[in-house]
Ligand binder design. Structure first.
Ligand code: NAI
Length: 463
């Protein structure tokens, strides 16, 4: 671009918040710049959603071959080739990063390769270059949170970033933090054959999940051989790999679990330091950039989206926010609406939810009815040999409208979208059950749960 020219929108951060915003802005005819210090795709594509799901797919393939005999398929020895698992994960990531690079070129979006710092509300400095724009969107994401526990710098103690590129498969893994990242890695490494232990501070694992599902999943994890310690406050990590010791306090006193590797997964913090924000007077909520319901910061013309603003730290929320921020940056007046945000946890079996949890409905004193349908009663799940889990549907007892849907079971992360659409359209359980569901498929479990709100599920004896 010629000297002195100004972009309509410049975006800092090329993750699922930033790159989606860039494409959206280009579609709307804006002149767009995107600044990225590493690779396009951000955490989600390079160190999060996609690489972990690639690893989970390898774990699933391994599991399927191991149980192949149950399906009448004879196999000889089954073993994992860990370097090949990592290589496949890398090739999936590389292909997707390449696609985003192509999308940027196709959209005429200028990508600046470097760390962007705001030097004014209209200027971003990328190394020695100045990028000027009428509007700026901050989409800088997040980094693994740190906790002040001694021993976390020992060799063999890793975050969710490093564990994606380890050279050797650990025979045992202790995971500090039983949140989403913790349980996803517990499933992956557990299925691949590591001895896994989770150490979680709270009384229950996976805090953002419906209590009932979280409790049931805890049982499933234990039955898969994962050791789960809850109400466990980690004091220190000591020793040397392969005998790293994680020491923690419980109500019953001090305990220790030993592992070859320790994964620290205690949350993520917005990445907002060193970007010139304080210098230009940006209002913050601790580490997160403070925004209003139009996603604008206290500095007019500067917007922020995604993990950088805290809130719901999910890739698809960042992308949604990207679209809203772009619309507003170009003169619109769109408010964010977080009522329908599906979430998916890629464990074995999968977990997903949308809308209110049972506890939230109870606390809000909304009249509600719960219906459940177990996958064990579903033809397709029997065919697949994947019968663990349930669909739990929460509806308004007066209007029948869907308030929440929580699923543990095969393809839960795909299935939950039916609940999201129902909620978005204000549909009732009857709307769902009157919609013909094709047979034999997994979504029939949702139809059956919806029938349970009325006369009753068809394939479930009333108790
Ligand atoms: P998280 O907030 O989900 O869980 C962190 C867990 O660590 C909490 O249960 C917390 O109680 C525990 N913890 C904190 N300090 C501890 C200590 N000293 N000792 C023991 N336990 C401790 O954070 P997580 O799992 O690191 O994930 C970060 C973010 O990434 C989340 O916002 C999550 O939603 C997102 N994410 C989403 C995924 C998905 O949607 N499938 C997958 C992975 C991450």
């Amino acid at each position: 671009m010629e000297e002195g020219m100004e972009y309509d929108i410049a975006i800092v951060g090329g993750g699922p918040g930033g790159y989606v915003a860039a494409i959206r802005a280009a579609q709307l005819g804006a002149k767009v710049a995107l600044v990225e210090k590493e690779r396009l795709g951000g955490t989600c594509l390079n160190r999060g959603c996609i690489p972990t799901k690639a690893l989970a797919r390898s774990a699933e393939a391994f599991h399927e071959v191991k149980v192949a005999q149950d399906f009448g398929v004879e196999t000889s020895t089954v073993a994992i080739n860990f370097p090949q698992i990592i290589a496949r994960k890398n090739s999936v990531v590389n292909a997707l990063v390449g696609s985003i690079e192509q999308l940027m070129r196709a959209g005429g979006i200028k990508v600046y390769d470097g760390l962007g710092r705001l030097t004014s509300p209209r200027t971003i400095k990328v190394d020695e270059e100045e990028v000027k724009a009428k509007r700026i969107i901050l989409a800088t994401g997040s980094v693994p949170a740190r906790i002040p526990v001694p021993g976390l710098d020992l060799p063999g103690v890793v975050t969710s970033n490093e564990i994606l590129d380890i050279a050797e498969f650990p025979s045992s893994l202790v995971i500090i933090g039983g949140g989403i990242i913790g349980v996803e890695f517990a499933s992956i490494f557990g299925v691949l054959g590591s001895k896994v232990a989770i150490v979680e501070m709270l009384p229950q694992i996976m805090p953002p999940v419906d209590d009932e599902i979280s409790r049931r999943f805890g049982q499933v994890l234990r039955s898969q051989g994962v050791e789960v310690h809850t109400g466990a406050a980690v004091k220190m990590v000591q020793g040397e790999s392969p005998n790293l010791e994680v020491v923690f306090d419980t109500a019953k006193g001090e305990k220790t679990v030993t592992g070859e590797m320790v994964l620290v997964a205690v949350g993520r913090s917005p990445y907002t330091e060193g970007l010139g924000l304080a210098e230009i007077g940006m209002k913050m909520n601790r580490r997160a950039v403070a925004v209003n319901e139009y996603l604008e910061t206290n500095i007019p013309g500067v917007y922020a989206i995604g993990d950088a603003i805290g809130g719901i730290m999910l890739a698809h929320v960042a992308s949604y926010e990207g679209e809203i921020a772009v619309a507003n940056a170009l003169g619109g007046e769109q408010r964010v609406d977080y009522r329908v945000v599906p979430n998916g946890i890629f464990t074995y079996p999968e977990i997903a939810g949308v809308g209110m949890m049972e506890k939230e409905v109870r606390d809000a004193e909304i009249p509600y009815k719960i219906s459940r349908f177990p996958f064990s009663a579903l033809g397709r799940a029997q065919v697949m040999g994947e019968t663990t889990g349930t669909v739990k549907l929460i509806c308004n007892a007066e209007t029948g409208k869907v308030l929440g849907m929580h699923i543990m079971g095969p393809h839960a992360t795909d299935l939950v979208q039916e609940g999201a659409l129902a909620m978005q359209l204000g549909a009732t359980a009857e709307d769902i059950s009157h919609t013909i569901h094709s047979h034999p498929t997994l979504p029939e479990a949702i139809m059956e749960a919806a029938l349970g709100q009325g006369l009753g599920s068809i394939h479930l004896r009333k108790i």
